[in-house]
Design a protein around this ligand. Sequence first.
Ligand code: ZN
Length: 430
Amino acid sequence: MLTHLECTRCGEHYPADRPQTVCPKDAGVLYARYDLDAIKSAVSCAQLAGRAPSMWRYDAVLPNANPVSLGEGFTPMLASREYANVFIKDEGLNPTGSFKARGLSACVTMARHFGLKKLAIPSAGNAAGALAAYAAAAGLEAHIFMPKDVPAANRIECDYYGAHVTLVDGLISDCAKKVAELKDSAAWGKDGWFDVSTTKEPYRVEGKKTMGYEVAEQLGWSLPQGIIYPTGGGVGLLGMWKAFDEMEALGWISSESGMPHVSPPLRDVGVGTARPKMIAVQSTGCAPIVKAWEEGKSSAEMWTNAATLASGLRVPKPYADYLILDILKKSHGTAISATDDEILAATRHWAKTEGIFAAPEGAACLVAYRKLLVSGFFKPEDTVVLFNTGSGLKYLDVLDPSVARTPSPANPAQSAKPAARQIGGIIGPY
Ligand SMILES: [Zn+2]
């Protein structure tokens, strides 16, 4: 039911039957558009019950292509043991241990569908691991450009998945420059290369939007009052907001407050049907969206000297900044930052009180929720969903300083001989 792609800046339509990047006119992010009227008459949300517990249960609102799937999505919506009306959406249970699995499953599915061969990505860490895994599953080449100080798990998993890894002395923005240089090379056009950078192709948003469908389905086709989301590139915010638009057009959620569309099993938690306030959380060490939001701007400036242990939040200027800020405004949400110390303490607190060993980015949501309770932005009776975007197991060297971090060779994947490195007291080839 995918009909075309639409520019989020100028509204221009582009065909969806071939690979597309960004709008050729204004470099705007392209969104996939569907014949929602036809989907509405063919599929009801009640029909989804009993379908396979993966994000592809929503294939009615995804491109029609043979999925490259490792079982991503339909992650648990856990009721907090500490706060009565808080739910934790635990994305750490995805393949590759992070929410990036959703976007890369959709993106690699379409890349294979279009016959692309070599997929390049600049990544702060977890997207690299996810691309490497899905490319391996699809039989495609993954070419990864990531900062040399990414968590060790990201580097090691990419190596094991057989990806071509280039470690860059810099931030994700420097990695993006490397991909841009590659694009200028003669080989790019003829060897089936494609850039799968965040929001520079249309389908990672499609994968991430399934988080919005799941929030609604798992709350009985209703929406919470707030969603707190750690924001690096911001694809999940974009995707969830797009999902709410689509579900409203499909009649799966109501556009007015009042009775939810179908009888919700969780009605007693008091969820409403108005749109949630969307909250972007960043680290004080890299908070371009928070700064732009506080200054009332519609786009972000490049954050200089970005530094935070939450590697997924080290994104100095998200490409889709204008869309993120627009969603915060439309949803009456806000942007808020947390210090690394607050994030570390929250990671430990969640592990001890909830039994959830979260990624630091995810635990930043707890810091934000507490601050928004104190400020009165949220009331204790508001239903709020906090997104834990990944598993703490991927950050062992970040969360425990006793796990050794030693400098790595510039490009281990291309070294003739694997170098012996010491990690956690074990000598191994990487
Ligand atoms: Zn445009």
